[in-house]
Design a protein around this ligand. Structure first.
Ligand code: SF4
Length: 456
């Protein structure tokens, strides 16, 4: 099946939409097509993304060593204190364990690791093979928890049981077992939990600082630079602010049902969304503190007066260039579309691994005619779209980087491997710098896309 000049599996056709050609309709949130080599990660990886930034917890992968390859080095999460989360542990299940069961090995591994590292809690991740052989994680975790006196929590994240979204849900369910077990005495009535930021490059410190300047206490980071004790008392916060469409929304809903804590969706990327997120939180608390809105306006004004003059030179250089976006959650894509507009750039392709119908509807509304909107794409499709649209900069994660470089297209990592914070007002400046450096690099003069040589 062909859409324009791009070869597409016929089963995937309804997951791709070209704005302007026909009424908007897209199929999404379903299993990946076998053989299409989806960019998606498995359920276990989804759960690990969410829980791994809890820095004083032990994270033990119950499965073959290969599953544990996705370590801190691939997806770093910065901590201002303990760094136990940087160590990767696996029960390294072998053929014999698969035949006779891995529970005894899991018990021994947990006991040894807890004795050696004294974590505040332990998370045990179930992988594909554990789901198949049926090890009882719940009972092993319960036993170790009683013996060692810390929460030991199973994460039901068998890789095969769905897509990455299922992993988010498994992580939220595991974390929910911690919440409500701590003392909430002394928490301010103006208080929030920050959900859905993983502090990949220190972003959560920027956001915490904004809230502090607004007069708001942050009770728990969920989960960037996270601490077990903070998460245990998170049910004492007045509001949950939730970034990212998929990862921690389930937890926010669980906390609303169980503790009556309302939540607000926010995004800290780009100028408009960052400012609007702070105003959203200020509006929520304005009944309790009538001056909070004034303080927030002052904060935004101060930050913009520094940011805008510096953005100008990047905008002049980038005006008219074309950008493509492919990210995990679609919520981030909304902010990126707006951020590119501030830089004078045109978004010609936007897609995500886990977007919902509402997410894509919103993308359809904020993008220009001709933009390709794609769900759960693969390298072949993405390469074809990049070539067809003559993209100057591709924004994605670790799996999209080689696609861009092989085609001679600039790349900006907006995911695991970023080293500069891209959130907050200062993050917008860092983003502009990264896009500029990559898009105008002289190296692209020597690659096949520019020289007209054939691809092999
Ligand atoms: S859990 Fe399953 S799909 Fe995920 S890495 Fe392990 S074997 Fe692969």
């Amino acid at each position: 099946m062909s859409t324009e000049n791009v070869v597409i599996f016929k089963e995937r056709k309804d997951q791709i939409h070209r704005k302007g050609k026909e009424p908007f309709e897209i199929s999404c949130n379903k299993e990946s097509l076998a053989g299409a080599v989806s960019q998606r990660a498995c359920v276990f990886c989804g759960s690990r993304v969410v829980l791994y930034p809890i820095a004083d917890a032990l994270h033990l992968v119950h499965g073959p060593i290969g599953c544990a390859a996705y370590t801190w080095d691939i997806r770093g999460a910065l901590s201002s204190g303990p760094t136990l989360h940087r160590l990767s542990f696996s029960t390294d299940l072998q053929e014999k364990d698969v035949i006779f069961g891995g529970e005894a090995k899991l018990y021994r591994a947990l006991v040894e690791l807890i004795d050696r590292h004294s974590p505040k809690a332990a998370f045990v991740y179930s992988t594909c093979i554990v789901g198949i052989i049926g090890d009882d994680l719940e009972s092993v975790c319960k036993r170790v928890s009683q013996e060692k006196g810390i929460p030991v929590i199973p994460v039901q994240s068998e890789g095969f049981k769905g897509n990455k979204r299922e992993g988010y849900h498994a992580a939220c369910s595991a974390m929910f077992r911690l919440i409500g077990t701590g003392d909430t005495t002394g928490i301010s009535p103006l208080s929030v939990n920050i959900l859905g930021d993983f502090n990949l490059a220190g972003e959560i410190w920027i956001i915490r600082d904004y809230f502090k300047r607004m007069g708001i206490e942050t009770v728990a980071n969920i989960t960037g630079d996270g601490r077990v004790e903070e998460i245990r008392r998170a049910h004492g916060a007045a509001l949950n602010v939730v970034q990212c469409s998929g990862a921690t929304m389930d937890l926010a809903k669980m906390m609303k049902d169980a503790y009556g804590i309302p939540f607000q969706r926010v995004s800290y990327f780009g100028v408009e969304d960052m400012a609007e997120s702070l105003y959203t939180v200020a509006r929520f608390f304005s009944g309790k503190d009538p001056e909070i809105m004034g303080r927030t306006r002052e904060l935004v004004k101060e930050e913009l007066s520094v940011l805008y003059p510096q953005l100008q030179k990047y905008r002049e250089a980038l005006e008219g260039k074309k950008a493509a976006i492919y990210v995990g959650g679609a919520f981030k894509a909304f902010s990126l579309v707006k951020a590119f507009r501030i830089l004078g750039m045109k978004v010609v392709l936007v897609g995500s691994q886990t977007g919902t119908e509402e997410d894509y509807q919103e993308l359809h509304e904020i993008t220009d005619d001709g933009t390709i909107i794609v769900d759960d794409s693969n390298p072949l499709e993405l390469s074809s779209f990049l070539k067809e649209k003559e993209v100057d900069v591709f924004v994605g994660g670790v799996k999209e980087r080689p696609i861009a470089y092989k085609l001679g297209v600039g790349f900006c990592d907006h995911n695991h491997e970023r080293k500069e914070p891209l959130e907050g007002f200062v993050g917008m400046l860092n983003f502009a710098k990264e896009v500029y450096i990559s898009a105008v690099s002289p190296v692209w003069r020597f690659v096949p896309r520019k020289t007209g040589r054939k691809y092999h």
